[in-house]
Design a protein around this ligand. Structure first.
Ligand code: APR
Length: 248
């Protein structure tokens, strides 16, 4: 299978809340989004958790319950990225800002959750991470160190370091194609990835989203529309060897 200009080299794909929007998971900064109805400082910082753990637990318990609803399924965009990995294997890496499990459920495996995972909990005392499907609360016991009340969502809060930054930097420095999907480009370090890719070499950069992100001008190629339409279309062109450097 010839991918044309992308016959060799790795592909790094950054995804944000927009890729899961059509699956029924609300985004953060669109109208009516998560941060319109919740203050970040009340539910998504270490200080918030220290101050009022039950409130923070309930914020994530409600999102975890919503994610578990039968109608929440991977959409065509998640599936297109899983197909790309199926065809190109280890050349494809998804770095997602999302804490849902829709990429996994679509079949993606080469995946980094840089902001953590809603379906995992971590012991603040010993660091043990475990699956967490049901509600989490202050009574939860760490099964590794037996500490009660130290379990927290395995999610990166504002003011905390995102996960796997070295591995991500390595992938960005060595990719031939960087695709950013469904993110507003509001939060660093993810918002700076396109800049890192441009600094490191000849990679082609593509933005696929519903509307231009704040980093729009840094992308060599841009397509706008619902992810469930534009992502499968782009992947089909890529696999047919038709995707390439933006027309001059
Ligand atoms: N298809 C494609 N893109 C979409 C769709 C859709 N159907 N719906 C919305 N979008 C786009 C919006 O245009 C917007 O650019 O998705 C983006 C969502 O932006 P945000 O809500 O800011 O989400 P995200 O960029 O993922 O936020 C980054 O901020 O709050 C933190 O940790 C949180 O990971 C999150 C980070």
């Amino acid at each position: 299978m010839s991918l044309g200009v992308f016959d060799t080299g790795n592909i790094v794909i950054l995804t944000g809340a927009g890729i899961s929007a059509e699956s029924g998971i609300e985004t953060f900064r669109d109208k009516g989004g998560v941060w319109e109805r919740n203050r970040i400082e009340d539910v998504a910082t270490p200080e918030a958790f220290d101050k009022d753990p039950p409130r923070v637990h309930e914020f994530y318990n409600a999102r975890r319950r919503a994610l578990g609803a039968a109608n929440i399924q991977p959409n065509a965009a998640h599936k297109a990225l899983a197909l790309l990995e199926e065809r190109l294997a280890s050349r494809v890496l998804i770095v997602t800002q999302n804490i849902d499990d829709l990429h996994e459920r679509a079949g993606s495996r080469n995946l980094i959750h840089m902001h953590g995972e809603l379906l995992k909990a971590r012991c603040a005392e010993c660091g043990e991470v475990r699956q967490q499907i049901d509600d989490l609360g202050t009574e939860a016991l760490c099964l590794h160190c037996d500490r009660k009340g130290a379990m927290r969502p395995h999610v990166v809060w504002f003011g905390e370091m995102p996960f796997e930054q070295e591995r991500i930097a390595e992938a960005l420095d060595n990719c031939a194609l960087f695709i950013s999907i469904g993110t507003s480009g509001s939060v660093y370090p993810a918002a700076g990835f396109v800049h890192e890719v441009r600094m490191s070499g000849q990679a082609h950069t593509v933005e696929l989203s519903l509307e231009p992100s704040s980093g729009e001008s840094l992308f060599a190629e841009r397509h706008y529309g619902p992810a469930s339409r534009i992502v499968p279309h782009y992947v089909d062109r890529l696999l047919a060897g038709e995707a390439g450097f933006a027309p001059s």
